[in-house]
Design a protein around this ligand. Structure first.
Ligand code: ZN
Ligand code: ZN
Length: 358
């Protein structure tokens, strides 16, 4: 990554600010700061339409900010000093009359409003999402590597799963494998949910030992330089029962159909519908209890949503998950998920772990 990439992002941001009539933007979300400056440890980032961008940093992160943040003046905020008073001075100095913000605590918003009675404050979080939804070349490279690490973790799970092994042991091996490969950590808490627990879509992992015939949902994500990845496979310990097999094959085909349909220009709700219709026709519609997928990037769950109510149209450069699931309470669940990059007339799977065949 270099300065020019951050400059390009900020240029696009400034032009969107123009479109909305904003002459300043206050950024509080750490991943938005990271996206715009390469540094996430600031307290607030003020982007005036004209003039220097100001990154407000506490002493603990000051040296790191000076070394790592691109394209900003780093402003040291003393311990106990009121950062909002400093920001309000800068808002006045820059002559900002219409200030967008991404996301502020209610208490911060109220203080900011009281300190700047002549400034029009506007919720502008969607501007940043409209940029972040489309991944640029350097982001795609980082996400490719995060996905590769994630696939390696999943391949390790595939080797380990058998009767007698505990969920926690499998999770530990997955995370070790990803960390050894270069992961900065996990994008979310690893899920290894076996037997009846596999019916909880976010089942976490515990001390349960796997038994013959169990369904085991494994959902993992490595993180690399801020970028997340998201991958789920479901395994069946030893022999599948006819019921498990039927659920498994239904989810596998639903994922396959949705993946084949996904490309730029298609509505996100339409992709959800393709998977949902297939699952409903098989008789499991009521057990598919979540949307088909979500955007992935610096956040593990970000726009666009692939769900029945989504209003997004998919575009080139979006990275999203495709993850249908069926969860039968008391019995077990199946989910199959890949992180995919949307291209002009198809999608490319970034995660590459084989989908088991039973
Ligand atoms: Zn997942
Ligand atoms: Zn997901």
């Amino acid at each position: 990554m270099d300065d020019s990439m951050f400059e390009a992002r900020v240029d696009r941001l400034l032009s969107l600010m123009d479109d909305r009539g904003l002459d300043g933007l206050l950024v509080a979300e750490e991943n938005n700061m990271l996206y715009l400056t390469g540094f996430s440890g600031g307290s607030l980032l003020l982007i005036p339409r004209f003039g220097d961008r100001l990154l407000y940093v506490h002493p603990v992160n000051y040296e790191a900010a000076k070394a790592e943040a691109f394209g900003v003046e780093v402003e040291l905020v003393g311990r106990g000093e009121d950062v909002l008073a400093r920001v309000s001075d800068a808002i006045r100095d820059a002559g900002i009359k219409s200030l967008g913000f991404d996301s502020l605590r209610a208490s911060t918003y109220l203080k900011l409003r009281d300190a700047n009675p002549n400034v029009d404050l506007k919720d502008a979080g969607e501007i940043l999402w409209s940029l972040r939804k489309v991944k640029d070349q350097s982001e795609i490279e980082l996400m490719r590597f995060a996905a590769e690490l994630t696939s390696r973790g999943m391949n390790r799970a595939a080797e380990m799963i058998r009767a007698g092994v505990s969920e926690r042991e499998v999770a530990a091996e997955i995370e070790y494998e990803m960390r050894r490969g270069g992961s900065d950590g996990v994008a979310f808490d690893t899920i290894v949910a076996s037997g009846p627990r596999s019916a909880y879509p976010h089942g976490g992992c515990g001390d349960r030992r796997m038994k013959r015939g169990d369904l085991v949902v494994v959902d993992v994500g490595a993180k690399y330089r801020g970028y997340c990845s998201d991958l789920t496979r479901t395994f069946i310990v030893d022999e599948p029962s006819p019921k498990s097999l039927r659920i498994y094959e239904t989810v596998r085909e639903a994922q396959n159909l949705a993946f084949k349909a996904i490309r730029a220009g298609v509505r996100a709700c339409e992709i959800d519908r393709i998977a949902r219709d297939y699952i409903s026709k098989a008789g499991y519609g009521e057990y598919f209890v979540h949307g088909l997928g979500h955007g992935v990037g610096l956040d593990i769950h970000e726009p666009p949503a692939l769900s029945p109510k989504s209003r997004d149209v998919l575009a080139e450069g979006y990275v999203v998950t495709v993850e249908p699931g069926i969860y039968i309470p008391g019995f077990g669940g199946v989910r199959i998920e890949d992180t995919v990059l949307i291209l002009k007339d198809r999608a490319e799977k970034l995660t590459s772990s084989p989908i088991p065949q039973y």
